[in-house]
Ligand binder design. Structure first.
Ligand SMILES: C[S@@+](CC[C@H](N)C(=O)[O-])C[C@H]1O[C@@H](n2cnc3c(N)ncnc32)[C@H](O)[C@@H]1O
Length: 216
């Protein structure tokens, strides 16, 4: 098979973003990633702490966390207006606990423009879309610079599984490389918490995602 494992998106297009959200409703495995992030946040984030999500999309993760952590405030960063519109509709019931920032994660401003200092930064299935290791490192560095001592980054994202001979798009790279980039970015504690839907022989673009933790 010579086809690259990956996908191209048109997140700025209203119809595409709405269709994508319909197709991406969390499956039981994907909910297990949300649960893993939630468990980590419970250990790290004060009851009234601030959580920032990079690439909030249609806000499936955000709704999951806001329901289970009733006093946190939440800030979603995304460059797509159609996605931010969907996120605002899905999270309307959480009122003033939720804020949004429209920004490109590859820019240098989003960290300084946050409403509050976050206790944690989370992200699911977003950073691989930035294009490759250099872009992921750029965001990891911005996260390390934004988090206070003890703060955590939890990045649940598509990776390239060890042992595969398939070509993957550049934004999907091995877990070991993520851990190296987290170190380079300034995270002292770095771990992979779990890998879901591992498939090395006949992988589709929706398989092989891991939860990476970095603590400053
Ligand atoms: C898969 S969705 C996130 C799904 C979300 N975590 C959830 O649980 O509903 C990825 C999001 O990342 C956003 N994104 C991709 N590249 C971006 C960039 N360079 N800057 C900001 N947002 C970006 C897209 O617009 C999209 O909304």
């Amino acid at each position: 098979m010579s086809e690259v494992v990956g996908a191209t998106h048109a997140f700025h297009d209203v119809e595409y973003a709405e269709d994508w959200a319909r197709r991406f409703e969390p499956t039981p495995e994907r909910l297990h990633l949300f649960e893993t992030i939630w468990q980590q946040l419970q250990e790290t984030v004060p009851a009234d702490g601030h959580v920032v999500e990079l690439g909030i999309g249609p806000a499936y993760l955000a709704a999951y966390l806001l329901e289970r952590m009733p006093r946190i405030t939440y800030e979603g960063v995304d460059f797509s207006q159609p996605m931010l519109t969907q996120a605002a509709a899905r999270l309307a019931g959480f009122g003033e606990r939720v804020q949004f920032q429209q920004a490109d994660l590859l820019g240098d401003s989003w960290g300084g423009d946050l409403a509050r200092t976050p206790s944690a930064i989370v992200s699911t299935w977003a950073l691989h879309d930035l294009g490759g290791e250099a872009q992921t490192l750029h965001v990891y560095r911005a996260c390390a610079a934004t988090l206070p001592a003890g703060g955590v980054l939890l990045n649940g994202d598509f990776i390239k599984p060890d042992g595969t001979r398939l070509p993957f798009e550049a934004g999907r790279f091995p877990i070991g490389r993520h851990l190296e980039l987290l170190l380079e970015a300034g995270f002292t504690d770095r771990r992979c918490l779990h890998l879901w839907e591992e498939e090395i022989e006949a992988a589709t673009a929706s398989q092989n995602y891991a939860c990476l933790l970095g603590r400053v």
